[in-house]
Write a protein that binds this ligand. Sequence first.
Ligand code: NAP
Ligand code: COA
Length: 297
Amino acid sequence: MSALPTAVQPPEDVESDDCLLSYNYLYSPTLLQGRVAFITGGGSGIGFRIAEIFMRHGCDTVIVSRNLQRVTQAAEKLRAATGRHCLALNADVRQPQTLIDAVEESLKTFSRIDILVNNAAGNFLCPASNLSFNAFKSVLDIDTMGTFNASKILFERYFRDHGGVILNITATLSYKGSVLQVHAGSAKAAIDAMTKHLAVEWGPSKVRVNSLAPGPIVGTEGMRRLGGAAAEAMGFWNTIPLQRPGNKTEMAHGALFLASPLGSYVTGTTLVMDGGSWMTSPNHFATTLGTPPSPHL
Ligand code: NAP
Ligand code: COA
């Protein structure tokens, strides 16, 4: 790794859905000791790394997604690397009953849930005019409805009586109106609004609610789907103030700040972790990739 000044030096990361080969603690290793986090989409990408970094700081985790095999394999890796407990469960965030079952199972296992990370999402590049009604709805169902479903269920089953932290993973897509992203941008903007509504309504119940909005993050499905390879080839990173994409460990460190006592007086806000990208990078970049084929043609 090049010798960048420490202020912009990224921590080590691994691009695949595997645990870090080594980890240099920046915060106290006991920051989340005794806590339990419920992470949707925790079997891959940013959610997987959030699970790992939380576990390295003493947290036990529950990771849920539609693909039980994926979360089961991820949980094995996470347990082996961190020595903490990780429960892998099947749930589709669009189906409240599957989330209720997963939360009940988690409470049976751990007797508590302190942190909810709403990370599950779906996305692809598509011009608005080629999006079917169901395509737009599918992304809003996963991202926006899924975030509401999990938040409401955790609040009613545990946070209302014990307090808690909700962390929503959103995006900067709507800030300047990125092309080919009306579905995801609308879905994430709605989540940022939800963050503020719930922070205000649930603050008196000692529940903090925040969003974390990543920029382009290497080693993720999001990056692969949204033109990451072309961005690299075309010098897109030079349009970012910090001149590079982010990595998953950086996102997990932001999540750790917001979910832990470090963020004890932070609620109703969105932490943008994008190297300044949304302010300077072109929001029509994806058109240079050509219009993606519609599954409806
Ligand atoms: P990813 O690996 O594809 O993560 C998405 C996860 O969500 C998958 O593990 C997937 O697992 C799960 N999921 C999808 N639909 C689900 C459903 N209906 N119910 C339950 N789980 C579901 O992608 P990522 O790039 O790491 O993205 C993680 C988060 O970061 C997302 O919220 C994304 O919008 C946000 N983000 C990413 C970037 C980036 O550069 N990567 C930039 C901005 C924001 P299953 O398929 O097994 O269900
Ligand atoms: N372009 C345009 N429309 C698309 C599309 C694409 N690339 N991929 C799917 N769609 C449409 C489908 O055609 C369908 O619409 P239709 O019923 O009118 O034909 C609708 O979206 C739902 O697709 P389906 O495959 O049935 O949904 P799903 O619930 O199985 O999967 C997705 C949801 C589409 C979001 C899928 O890509 C997914 O599971 N993604 C999770 C991982 C991910 O996106 N990670 C990146 C996060 S940033």
